[in-house]
Write a protein that binds this ligand. Structure first.
Ligand code: SF4
Length: 264
């Protein structure tokens, strides 16, 4: 993963969707509403963006929604790829991380590496209780007995609050990750969080992501080299064995494979 290529990137193509109307956002604009007209506009834009590169999709999203455009990241390989692209296209884009208090040190260190490499300061969004307070409230770690409630309290609730006021956010999902994600549009309305979801990597493969990481020496979580293809909170993530599913190491022992952030 550390082998670098000396090939320069091709120049960024200008991908424009000219609707004839001036578009964009102002900081004081109210939240967007999913009217039939707006949903049809998103569907049309999404179809046109199917042939665009991730960089072109991000550029379109920034032009269309900034300064009401943001990104949540757990610092996975896909998220790091988007951060790298944003650093070139729109480094002022606000990026945040749900800091549950249970993340790996390697993940927290990666936030510092992003700051050093790109000057992007990823903001931590915190639950309303510390880990000590939360565990005292529940008589011990809730992730051991009820991870759904723990994820709801320490991730989903925080994400709902963090999504308020934005018009759009970037998602790092790829269509080949799961049957549910296979249906994701490039641009669509996020019903759960009530804003536009832009998925620039929807058409990329895991190989595409790692090729870019290798080519540009993009920082990534060292746990990926230690048997952790997917990294979440430390108590709920274990290394996977050869032949196991990528997400087998998440919430092992529970009927749970997603934290609920991406499911509709
Ligand atoms: S991944 Fe585990 S520790 Fe993190 S919020 Fe969910 S249940 Fe809690």
């Amino acid at each position: 993963m550390n082998e670098k290529s000396s090939q320069p990137d091709p120049p960024l193509q200008v991908f424009s969707i000219d609707s004839g109307e001036p578009r964009g956002a102002l900081a004081a604009d109210p939240p967007l509403a999913p009217t039939d007209e707006f949903l049809a506009e998103l569907e049309s834009d999404s179809l046109k963006l199917e042939s665009a590169t991730p960089q072109e999709i991000l550029k379109w999203a920034v032009d269309r929604f900034a300064p009401k455009f943001t990104m949540a990241t757990a610092f996975g390989p896909e998220g790091m790829t988007i951060i790298h692209m944003l650093a070139e296209i729109a480094p002022d884009t606000p990026v945040f991380n749900l800091e549950t208090g249970y993340q790996f040190k390697e993940t927290l260190d990666l936030r510092e590496r992003v700051k050093q490499r790109y000057g992007i300061e990823v903001e931590y969004k915190l639950p309303d209780t510390t880990v000590a307070e939360y565990e005292a409230m529940h008589g011990g770690p809730l992730y051991e007995t009820n991870p759904n409630q723990c994820c709801f309290d320490r991730k989903l609730r925080v994400l709902h609050e963090s999504a308020k006021g934005w018009h759009a956010w970037a998602s790092a999902i790829r269509r080949d990750q799961s049957p549910d994600r296979a249906k994701a549009p490039i641009v669509g309305w996020d019903k759960k969080f009530q804003l536009v979801k832009v998925s620039p990597l929807a058409n990329w493969t895991k190989k595409d992501v790692w090729s870019l990481i290798t080519k540009h020496d993009i920082p990534y979580n060292p746990l990926h080299d230690q048997g952790y293809p997917s990294v979440g909170c430390q108590p709920c993530t274990r290394a996977v064995k050869v032949g196991e599913d990528e997400r087998a190491g998440r919430w092992a022992g529970f009927q749970k494979t997603e934290c609920g952030l991406h499911s509709s």
